[in-house]
Design a binder for this molecule. Structure first.
Ligand code: ADP
Length: 463
């Protein structure tokens, strides 16, 4: 055979010393226990290969028991690294105990039994088992993260482990001599795989981290996009809420003012007739002005009412489950801050309705806000939100464990501008009710039998 085994061991050893340093430096921004154990393991493994390659120059104890224990430690540290990456950490005491037992048994075969064959089989057999375990852990990372780099690490250590296992087997069957520097095809293949594993193993390991970094960056971008979307939706809802509030105020003002204005007009008309009958022309002119201006005011109010009533909404197929999820995302921080326990009961199959998703979100936002506020002051704050379908109807109910509604509140609760809160506008429920009606459904609020209030939204369901 043409290759000089000690030199090949030295090359593999040096590679094992240098490559982990490269890994260490490249991954300096993401240092973790996994990287520390992996790199230290690599360096110790490299030292052991250099010792094995220097068998002709160095004393026997250094190139046998020390070199083999280092070999064990190097692979075991890498096993610990990958177990850590998989969330199955192993305490370093096991490593220490394992190394001591390994070295004692190794020396027992040599010093007590004087059996070099058993000593070799023990050393290479245990190392092969560890290498195969290492490959299995790398495969587990590949399965979990779908990582091609982990697959490479697994493949190279699987090959190395299998060849070392075969070499132990061959020695066990007396088909070859024991010894790390035995000039046979399996030893050469092993050293070749040692060199390859130094390169592929370390680059693959680095790849696992870089792939994870790329994935995390992608996930971060997606989370940011989701966040921006929910901020946009909440702005949209808030704006719609304001616009609707202003609309409701204007509609109510228009309604309330048109009656007294009509009265003023009629009174002015009557006074005009009386004054004309009495022949006081100068006053009649002013009364005519009052009539005209009052009529103008009534016309303006009517135009405002018409404008408010003719607002277009965008109807589409909407999943009530999705509306609930969106609002839960939006209110999540608030719910956490207020320490309210929300139980969601959403059917596995989405309940679909025809409607304007933003308006439906607005209903949910209003009633969620009321429910959260209603539970203030309770030791345990709880909201139960459920959706279900019954025949052609979609149901959504929110029940809270607040104080519920007194009969007086219940009598006026859905009237515009009725509020029992110091900072309440009193339009949330009436807006929600008018949206529900606009969607061909209904919204009711009542006291739940278990206590607290229950808001029940019913809408026509889609197939
Ligand atoms: P606001 O929240 O601005 O007061 P709403 O129209 O949403 O306006 O609610 C009107 C009133 O209905 C509230 O002030 C409150 O008295 C009562 N209310 C609404 N929801 C609840 C609830 N879940 N529990 C008890 N009272 C409620």
């Amino acid at each position: 055979m043409s290759i000089h085994l000690p030199t090949a061991y030295l090359i593999a050893g040096l590679l094992y010393l240098v490559m982990p340093l490269g890994v260490w430096l490249s991954l300096r921004r993401q240092r973790s226990a996994t990287i520390h154990w992996w790199c230290i393991g690599g360096v110790i493994f490299g030292l052991s290969l250099i010792l094995l390659g220097s068998r002709e120059q160095l004393p026997d104890w250094l190139t046998h028991v020390v070199a083999n224990t280092f070999l064990f430690l190097g692979v075991a540290l890498r096993v610990i690294a990958l177990r850590h990456a998989l969330g199955r950490p192993l305490h370093w005491v096991w490593l220490l105990a394992g190394a001591v037992i390994f070295a004692l048994v190794y020396e027992f075969f040599h010093g007590v039994l004087h059996n070099e064959q058993l000593r070799f089989i023990w050393g290479s057999g245990i190392t092969a088992a560890l290498l195969l375990h290492l490959a299995w852990l790398a495969f587990a990372i590949d399965r979990r993260d779908n990582s091609p780099s982990a697959r490479w690490v697994a493949a190279v250590y699987l090959a190395l482990g299998l060849v070392l296992a075969m070499r132990s087997m061959v020695v066990l069957l007396n088909m070859s001599q024991a010894g790390a520097l035995n000039d046979d095809i399996l030893t050469m293949l092993m050293v070749f795989l040692g060199v390859l594993s130094a390169i592929v193993g370390n680059i693959g390991f680095m790849g696992v981290f870089l792939e994870r970094l790329t994935r995390q960056t992608g996930q971060l971008a997606m989370a940011q996009a989701r966040n921006e979307e929910s901020v946009r939706l909440s702005h949209q809802i808030a704006q719609l809420d304001r616009r609707r509030s202003v609309g409701e105020i204007a509609a109510s003002l228009a309604h309330e003012l048109s009656q007294p204005l009509t009265n003023i007009y009629l009174i002015a008309e009557r006074a005009h007739l009386e004054v004309e009958k009495a022949g006081v022309q100068s006053v009649g002119k002013y009364l005519g002005d009052i009539e005209r201006n009052t009529q103008n005011a009534v016309d303006i109010l009517n135009r405002i009412r018409k404008f408010i009533q003719s607002k277009e909404s965008q109807f589409e197929r909407v999943s009530l489950n999705q509306v609930v999820k969106d609002i839960m995302d939006l209110t999540n921080d608030w719910i956490l801050k207020e320490a309210v326990d929300v139980s969601l009961h959403l059917p596995a199959q989405a309940v679909w309705v025809m409607g304007d998703p933003v308006q439906l979100s607005q209903i949910l936002m209003n009633i969620c806000r009321n429910a959260i506020q209603a539970t203030q002051g309770q030791a345990y704050r709880h909201i139960d939100l459920r959706i279900w379908r019954e025949g052609n109807l979609a149901h959504l109910s929110i029940r809270d464990n607040g104080m519920g509604l007194t009969p007086e509140v219940l009598a006026q609760v859905s009237t515009a501008f009725f509020s029992t809160k110091s900072d309440g506008l009193g339009v949330g429920l009436s807006i929600s009710k008018s949206i529900a009606t606009h969607h061909g459904g209904s919204l009711t609020i009542s006291n739940a039998p278990q206590g607290g209030a229950e808001v029940h939204l019913i809408l026509p369901a889609l197939a």
